[in-house]
Design a protein around this ligand. Structure first.
Ligand code: ZN
Ligand code: ZN
Length: 638
């Protein structure tokens, strides 16, 4: 008799023991009786004979496992690494339909002969050099760090073509569901449409399953997908691309909290293939790895063709103003020329904050160097990392100026002002809410291209996407507000956002960028003027090192959640007592979003020098405690 642990897509680890009179390969689907009904599970591991009478495996519907050994090991490793249940990883990894269908699935590989269209132009010398120096049959991580419009996409399209010619497949991760139509458009110029399999969370279960199967069987050898596509079958995969690699959507923000980029690199290493990370503003951690030789660094400094990067102008905002007169004049001019104005506001951040009107200093916690939240009702500043409170300063702690400004502009206010000043213009919102409906993103992009939108007010969404040459002017409403986040990445995020958004304008003819601010003494102003992300990155890394933030130390966040405030507080203190024996902790303190989906939340922040040891320690101390969860290498601190 053989004994196996069978796992289900639930918040559990390891699964339950079943018996079989024949050998079954790990990763196979099996039909078993589970809690009184027949369910499909996955053979997760071998097992000893238990001391109770195990139930039998009723059926093995498929000829081959649906999960390869390599993927099985990957899921086990990352469920350890991200301190998340194995069953939740299983749920993320496979199309839902596989757990519903009880009859067999044909997983036999079939041949396809992808059709290529010729590249319509010559590659630049820069592009050729990169393509030639990436070996397709060995592991490497290649960071392509190139300004917007420098032809990064063409580099990986050419590599994908090579890979397909060798009879292999490619996986391309893209940041947003909403962007996939644009990617399909770009890919369709080169590869015929029927060879693309698309995977993202807004497909119907059937579409998702069909695409998953077609990629598995080799019928659609190019996979374009959002983060969960990283769990595809990697047999015969020859290249993985992570486009816009700095994008935060590669980290899942609900459980299991995994980062698809880490998984991409891990899997590529297991099977010996290259990974391409591409961005105009790479994540500092990745830039640092490339700079220090752990990844390979390829810089592309010039735009393809004759277009220049747009000129960036900074405009001082007087107290109480939402738009400066210069900005309004520029908007009017742009509208007269039948071009679109893109207005960038901050999505999250803190709605209220204090800034020095002379030196531009945004008030930081002296212990943690993260921005303080201004609580208007209590007239205090609070740190959401170490729980300190501060009286509101009447002088700037940096330059001593008494010119301390209280700011906070909501998106609604911006829209109201603009529709009053420009009553005849068509104003459209472009953010996660307005683009979440199916087809909404495409409609806005199409309207934009057709010149039907005069003013587009947007958040982080504006920085994403491809060439929108209709945009003649980009306005950043409140520069300093972009830096106000309870997070050591606030500066990086802000500079990256501005440079990416600026890069969307003027792809065909020179565009204009106006940034409104309280003070031009901000240390980042010069880097932004010169479109110099590298210069910024070098400066910022020095600061990170001095403050022991990533990439110099890693961060683990422990979060408690409960519908009862007292219970949540009790839980986080339980965690504190267990962990403070060995680890250095910040907090506990209230999470910046204290109440979320009716649950009260506290957190502890750990800076780690030895991440795997610390994860093991946390696992041993706290893993099974109900109401606590963990975020390893967190991206968001809300
Ligand atoms: Zn100051
Ligand atoms: Zn603090």
């Amino acid at each position: 008799m053989f004994y196996y642990r069978v796992l289900f897509p639930l918040a559990i680890d390891r699964g339950f023991v079943y018996k079989s009179d024949r050998h079954i390969e790990l990763g196979s689907r099996v039909l078993v009786d589970f809690k009184g009904r027949q369910r499909i599970g996955i053979v997760w591991s071998d097992s000893e004979k238990p001391d109770y009478n195990a139930k039998p495996i009723l059926d093995v519907p498929d000829d081959k496992p649906v999960i390869t050994k390599e993927l099985l090991n990957t899921l086990k490793f990352f469920s350890f690494y991200f301190l998340s249940k194995e069953g939740l990883f299983l749920k993320s990894a496979l199309p839902k339909k596989l757990f519903g269908v009880k009859n067999g699935i044909d997983l036999e590989v079939e041949n396809s002969n992808p059709v290529f269209n010729k590249r319509p132009f010559e590659l630049s010398k820069e592009q050729k050099n990169i393509i030639q120096s990436i070996k397709l049959n060995e592991f490497s991580v290649n960071l392509i760090f190139g300004v917007t419009g420098s032809g990064k996409t063409e580099v990986y399209l050419s590599l994908i073509e090579e890979v397909l010619k060798n009879g292999k497949k490619s996986v391309v991760l893209v940041p947003e569901i909403a962007l996939t139509p644009q990617y399909i458009e770009v890919f369709s110029f080169r590869f015929s449409h029927e060879f693309l399999s698309i995977i993202h969370s807004r497909l119907t279960p059937k579409q998702k399953f069909d695409n998953w199967l077609a990629f598995n069987k080799g019928l659609k050898p190019i996979l374009i997908g959002t983060r969960s596509a990283i769990f595809s079958n990697f047999t015969d995969v020859g290249l993985v691309v992570v486009d816009e690699e700095n994008d935060e959507s590669y980290k899942q923000d609900s459980q299991p909290l995994y980062n698809a980029k880490d998984i991409a690199i891990y899997r590529a290493k297991q099977i010996g293939i290259p990974v391409i990370l591409s961005s105009a503003t790479p994540l500092l951690e990745d830039y640092y790895k490339a700079k220090t030789g752990k990844f390979r660094l390829f810089e592309m400094k010039k735009r393809v063709g004759k277009t220049k990067l747009p000129d960036v102008e900074f405009v001082r905002l007087e107290s109480g103003e939402i738009f400066a007169q210069d900005t309004l004049d520029a908007i009017e001019n742009t509208l007269k020329n039948n071009k679109t104005v893109a207005v960038l506001i901050n999505r999250r951040g803190f709605s209220n904050y204090l800034v020095c009107g002379d030196c531009g200093y945004v008030f930081l916690c002296p212990n943690c160097s993260v921005s303080l939240k201004f609580h208007k009702s209590e007239n205090t500043l609070k740190c959401h990392w170490c729980d300190s409170s501060f009286e509101v300063f009447d002088k700037c702690p940096k330059c001593g100026s008494p010119n301390v400004l209280q700011r906070g502009v909501g998106s609604q206010m911006v829209e109201e002002v603009l529709s009053l000043k420009f009553p005849d213009s068509k104003i459209e919102r472009f953010d996660r809410d307005s683009t979440s409906r199916k087809g909404a993103f495409e409609r806005i992009v199409n309207d934009l291209r057709a010149g039907k939108i005069d003013i587009l007010i947007g958040t982080q969404m504006l920085s994403k996407g491809h060439d929108i040459s209709q945009i003649g002017l980009v306005v950043v409403v409140d520069f300093e507000s972009l830096f106000v986040m309870p997070d050591f990445r606030a500066e990086e995020r802000a500079v990256s956002l501005i440079m990416q958004t600026a890069g969307r304008s003027g792809r065909k003819e020179p565009g204009r960028v106006i940034i409104q601010l309280s003070s031009e003494d901000n240390p980042f102003v010069e880097f932004i003027k010169r479109h110099d992300f590298k210069g910024f990155a070098e400066e910022e890394l020095k600061l990170r090192e001095a403050l022991s933030y990533p990439p110099f130390k890693r961060i683990i966040r422990v979060i408690s959640e409960s519908t009862s405030k007292e219970k949540s507080y009790e839980l986080i203190n339980f965690a504190k007592d267990k962990l403070s024996k060995r680890l250095n902790l910040l907090g506990p303190s209230k999470c910046p979003i204290f109440k979320l989906r009716n649950k009260y939340r506290y957190h502890i922040i750990i800076k780690s020098l030895s991440i795997v040891n610390d994860i093991s320690f946390i696992k041993e101390q706290l893993y099974s405690k109900e109401g606590l969860y963990f975020d390893v290498d967190p991206i968001s601190f809300f």
